[in-house]
Design a protein around this ligand. Sequence first.
Ligand code: ADP
Length: 220
Amino acid sequence: MSILEAHELYRFFHIGDDETAALRGVSLTVSRGETVAVMGPSGSGKSTLLNCLTGLDEPDAGAVLIDGVQMSRRAEYERARLRASNFGILLQAGNLFQHFTVAENIRFQMMLLGAVDEARLEALVEMAGIAHRADAYPANLSGGETARAGLAVALSNNPALLIADEPTAEVDAATERRLLDQFDLRRETGLATLIATHSQALANRADRIVHLKDGKLDDK
Ligand code: ADP
């Protein structure tokens, strides 16, 4: 059973008279328990694809289904609910609300689904190696701590699908190890992970690699 299905996604950007076709008919499925890596050069459409898959952006054509439920072309509050109940999202930056502490960021994510689980919060900050910084505000965290806090937030609700954009770019070795351990653990427990990455080493740990080139899947 697929947790995520994307059918023929198109996304165009216009700046003045110039049109960029960032996605040109991309179809993709991710099954439960599967780890999929999306690779491709800069500008190939990886971030645009992730934004459309998570519903943070709307494709101009095509459809995204989460666990069989259509996400595209729904009201933002419905997309937000679908996102919260199915996805953990780990972006390259901007994963934390600046006016919340690390712990408050995690509680807020949990509240989106209705219940704060303090025991799970403690386990999450331990896992991410930021228990000692749980009461710190994002502005006072180091780069590695920020990345690890983002991981804890993304995993707050034990999401069926974790979507991560370049998760190992510019993180220290310890943080990278924690990320990779989490990806392996998710696979073992039947949870799915979709990673956009430039790192061949990271992609090699996925069950499947899909290549994007000029907004299309490159089946080589
Ligand atoms: P990648 O993540 O693989 O580097 P992107 O999805 O960021 O690729 O970009 C794909 C193409 O779409 C690029 O040519 C980029 O310049 C363009 N693009 C992405 N976002 C926008 C935007 N908001 N406005 C205009 N062009 C954009």
